[in-house]
Design a protein around this ligand. Structure first.
Ligand code: ZN
Length: 368
């Protein structure tokens, strides 16, 4: 029932509206217009001040059969850079961009699938469940829109975030917690030629600590990385200051904590050995979510996939989504794949066949 031609046309139209993070105003206005034309109730929040965006999150509601469970569909309006002046073109089964920009299928494909499913419901007079829609801002720069949204507005117990790359059928039920750890090592400055024994070289302390650390792939669920190290100075002075930034990801909160403790132990051991001091701060960028694969809502989606001839692929992610935030606000949320490939690069492309399958699934999830 999905009108493939119109689906593609709409996608091409949406990706040509610039919407790098914080600059979502034009696409938001277009979506408010399109949702309004289809008779949805629209509410925008007032999160602009918190997110720094040119616009707000969009919430929309389509009335439906009140005997059925309402369901929330979400996608994000912003894109990564370089995302201005996108010129999409069709090449066989793919939609691609020019060489200088991303395509913006992440996440305009998700947005388009939602809008087209509603359009299909309207033009065919289909019976639908109550449908809630949330289009967020600033997802790509730290899930800022989702983090600041007021979830008291949401009636649905369950939600789908349409935002993963890959072929249709993917159902992501776990995404990691992500911690950032900033470390400052303070040693003691001294003349490197006349009195090196009086100094404490922070670079040496750092290098011994790092070389004793387990980093990168820790186990199936956990990774850790050092992203930056800085400590600049002349060669004739014992360098007394080094700053480092680490990240730790895990699908298990306990494993993340264990890894952080291990890293701190390495740092402290090296600092103690040399008489340096360590200061650190740890912040949580993402809280993890983890849904049981036997969860009723997951089964419900699997059944709908089966109905349209798509094989479900229940899996986990290593990155964060708006779904992390929704789950931590009490909404049982999974992430679905939209058919994009090579996202966040200028080689990004959208597989039209997979995109159409996703759109069929979205429609199946909406109608009763
Ligand atoms: Zn995305």
């Amino acid at each position: 029932m999905i009108n493939k031609e119109r689906l593609i046309t709409r996608f091409m139209e949406y990706v040509q509206i610039d919407s790098e993070s914080k600059n979502e105003k034009a696409i938001a206005e277009k979506l408010i217009n399109d949702l309004g034309d289809m008779g949805l109730e629209i509410h925008t929040d007032d999160t602009r001040k918190m997110t720094g965006s040119s616009t707000n999150n969009i919430y929309a509601f389509l009335q439906g059969n009140e005997n059925e469970e309402p369901l929330l569909f979400t996608a994000h309006m912003d894109t990564v850079i370089p995302g201005n002046g996108i010129i999409p073109n069709i090449d066989g089964n793919y939609i691609k961009s020019g060489e200088n920009t991303i395509l913006g299928g992440d996440d305009k494909a998700g947005i388009t699938a939602i809008i087209e499913a509603i359009k299909t419901i309207k033009e065919n007079n289909l019976n639908n469940r109550p449908i809630e829609i949330l289009f967020t801002v600033c997802e790509e720069i730290g899930l800022l829109g989702a983090k600041n949204f007021d979830y008291n507005l949401i009636r649905s117990k369950n939600a789908v975030v349409l935002d993963s790359s890959g072929a249709a059928g993917k159902i992501i039920i776990q995404a990691p917690c992500i911690y950032k750890m900033d470390v400052k090592i303070t040693g003691k400055a001294s003349h490197a030629g006349t009195s090196p024994e009086e100094g404490i070289n922070a670079i040496i302390v750092a290098s011994e600590a790092i070389s004793s650390m387990k980093l990168l792939r820790i186990d199936k669920e956990t990774t850790a990385n050092i992203g930056s190290i800085s400590g600049e100075g002349p060669t004739n002075i014992i360098q007394d200051k080094v700053e480092m930034e680490f990240e730790i990801r895990s699908l298990s909160e306990d494993k993340a904590k264990f890894q952080i403790e291990h890293m701190l132990e390495c740092l402290n051991k090296s600092a103690d050995k040399h008489g340096a001091s360590i200061k650190y701060s740890i912040s949580c960028g993402n809280r993890l979510f983890s849904i049981d694969k036997d969860n009723e809502f997951v089964k419900f989606i699997e059944n709908k996939n089966e109905k349209i001839g798509v094989t479900s692929n229940i899996t986990f992610s290593t990155g964060g989504f708006d779904a992390n935030i929704l789950n931590n606000n009490g909404i049982n949320t999974v992430v679905l794949s939209v058919g994009t490939e090579n996202v966040h690069t200028t080689k990004e492309r959208l597989n039209i066949i997979e995109f159409e399958k996703l759109s069929k699934l979205v429609l199946e999830l909406m109608i009763v």
